[in-house]
Ligand binder design. Structure first.
Ligand SMILES: Cc1ncc(C[n+]2csc(CCOP(=O)(O)OP(=O)(O)O)c2C)c(N)n1
Ligand SMILES: [Mg+2]
Length: 576
């Protein structure tokens, strides 16, 4: 096979004889793409035919297209650059849907490329024809059927631009098979090498809003900063820290804002909302000012909106103007990139302290009740993982373990916690961690899942083995779809309907894939196994046996007020 070097673009301009698939590959290289996650099939075969001519594009063959989308998402969140996934038409494309919706809810820049039946077959229910444009309309930032080879290169450029600019999100390009085969002219330039992490920035030009915000900050008695995902997306760590340290205002981090501010910082309070700490939610309810930075005040954060922070005026800094005032009324809305806004705001904010208010919040703290009656507590496991691994990225799945991982792990480094927040997608952690590991080859990556979520995408161990992706996997095995079981215990008369879940022997599962695996039932095995898992050069897996009916506390009942947390198990049912 002749190597059609990307550098020969001048030559190819003189002989316009490249295929749409070659243009697609060159356009990806032009965007600085180095890895793509995908799965072949009939309608995308011309693309896969061209791919070996571009060895700079590393293709990761996943075991399910959902994993390709999550892996691209993990890659994007870890690198700040769009992740790319590829699938064939029909079932390949529909398998991407959950991953696209996940990325859309959490503002992750993704470019998905799907094969489509040839143009002459469109609309005839051809083999493996699905209207993926229609299906993904509400879960992509933008999508487009590429109708001619002449549009292809620009469609790719547009896709990458839209995915990254403003509030990031997923974009899908649907490319009919005959367009992939169509010959056209490549008019691109050289590959761009990007340093990464730089999303297109919007400037704020609202000095009055900034002045108002600065005045509110100066006058508030009980102010709080609520930091969301925007801090990570805008790389605004230093600015957030400067604002907090200059004013002494305590910082709350939402689920997706975790690792936007060091967990051990004396001004860090913790996570708000449904499973937020009691002192955090009480502080919100007592606050007279909330400075919301790069977040959307979703219902898992606010609880019942009518009773949310009744005494607080709200400053909302947000890149997506449609979020401002959507869920909570704001005193000052500032539309712009949170980093740029904070830089400008810092010029107007004077030094102050909040010592009295911080002391008051300390009195709200409950000593953490020990809810684990024996065996391994998540706290002990996470402590061991953090001490043994050092600097690393933690990717969590969805459920009870996700809340423990969010609240108990001591995140020190920027953007070191990745999870599916908005969609709450079980099965996210394992494939997303593959993407993270490829984006951050120099540091360990842990995928922490429950026994339910792990079984949704554990087939990806094969991908890790084939591609040498060294993810450390932890399964928190409580024998239940624990979070749903907890709701059943609290709100459905303890009727454990469809929540007990059987698991395979994970150690033997690991063996079947040829990777190292351990089961940890007791704390005396903990250190040794975690150390061995971290030392393992390839992927490895530890199953941790978690107490079956352990619960996540505190909990605000769905639709309830942040002022009324549940802090312990409901009374046992009296047998009738
Ligand atoms: C794809 C998907 N299906 C269903 C749910 C609903 N759900 C949320 S948490 C949960 C239980 C998760 O169980 P497990 O993975 O064992 O984690 P645990 O809560 O036990 O830690 C379920 C079923 C979901 N979030 N995602
Ligand atoms: Mg479980």
């Amino acid at each position: 096979m002749g190597v059609d070097s990307h550098q020969s673009s001048v030559a190819s301009r003189q002989s316009p004889t490249v295929t749409g698939s070659q243009i697609l590959c060159r356009a990806l290289l032009e965007q600085g793409v180095d890895v793509l996650f995908g799965y072949p099939g009939g309608a995308i075969m011309p693309f896969y035919h061209a791919l070996p001519e571009y060895p700079q594009l590393r293709h990761i063959l996943v075991r399910h297209e959902q994993a390709a989308a999550h892996a691209a998402d993990g890659y994007a969140r870890a690198s700040g650059r769009p992740g790319v996934c590829v699938a064939t038409s029909g079932p390949g494309a529909t398998n991407l849907v959950t991953g696209l919706a996940t990325a859309h809810m959490d503002s992750a820049p993704l470019v998905a490329i799907t094969g489509q039946v040839s143009r002459s077959m469109l609309g005839r229910d051809a083999f493996q024809e699905t209207d993926i444009i229609g299906i993904t309309q509400p879960i992509t930032k933008h999508n487009r059927l590429v109708e001619d080879v002449e549009e292809l290169a620009d469609a790719v450029r547009e896709a990458f631009q839209v995915a990254q600019e403003g509030r990031p999100g997923p974009v899908l390009l649907d490319v009919p098979k005959d367009v992939q085969n169509q010959r056209g002219v490549w008019t691109g330039g050289q590959a761009v090498r990007r340093s990464g992490g730089q999303f297109v920035r919007h400037r704020t030009d609202r000095p009055t809003a900034l002045e108002q915000a600065a005045r509110l900050i100066a006058d508030a008695q009980r102010p709080l900063i609520m930091a969301g995902h925007g801090i990570l997306l805008a790389d605004a760590y230093a600015e957030l820290r400067a604002l907090a340290e200059r004013t002494g205002i305590p910082v709350i981090t939402t689920l997706l804002g975790i690792s936007g501010f060091p967990a051990s910082h004396p001004l860090h309070l913790g996570m708000p909302g449904m499973h937020g700490e009691v002192h955090v939610n009480r502080a919100i309810q007592q606050a007279d000012l909330i400075i919301g930075l790069g977040l959307r005040f979703d219902d898992r954060v606010t609880g019942n909106l009518a009773s949310f922070a009744r005494g607080a005026r709200i400053i909302h800094v947000e890149l997506d103007a449609s979020e401002i005032g959507k869920n909570v009324p704001v005193a000052v809305g500032i539309h712009g990139d949170v980093r740029v806004v904070l830089q400008q705001l810092l010029q107007l904010v004077a030094r102050r302290d909040c010592d009295g208010w911080r002391e008051e919040i300390e009195t709200f703290r409950h000593s953490r009740e020990e809810h684990f009656r024996g065996g391994l507590s998540p706290e002990v496991i996470l402590d061991s993982i953090s001490r043994t691994t050092g600097r690393c990225t933690i990717v969590s799945d969805v459920g009870q373990h996700q809340m423990w991982v969010a609240k108990l792990y001591p995140y020190q480094h920027a953007n070191s916690h990745i999870t599916s927040g908005g969609l709450g997608t079980m099965g996210f952690a394992v494939p997303a961690a593959m993407g993270v590991a490829l984006a951050r080859p120099d540091e360990p990556v842990w995928a922490i899942s429950g026994d339910g979520g792990f079984q949704m995408n554990m087939q990806e161990i094969a991908t890790m083995v084939q591609e040498g992706i060294p993810v450390k996997m932890a399964v928190f095995n409580n024998g239940y779809l624990g979070m749903v079981r907890q709701w059943q215990q609290f709100f459905h008369e303890r009727r454990y309907s469809a929540t007990p879940i059987w698991s395979p022997d994970y150690v033997r599962l690991a063996q079947a894939y040829g990777i190292a695996g351990w089961r940890v039932d007791h704390s005396d095995q903990l250190e040794e196994c975690v150390q061995a898992a971290v030392a393992e050069p390839g992927p490895s897996l530890i199953e941790f046996t978690i107490e079956q009916e352990a619960n996540v506390f505190p909990m605000i009942p769905p639709g309830g007020s942040l002022s009324e947390p549940i802090e312990g198990d409901p009374a046992p049912l009296v047998p009738a």
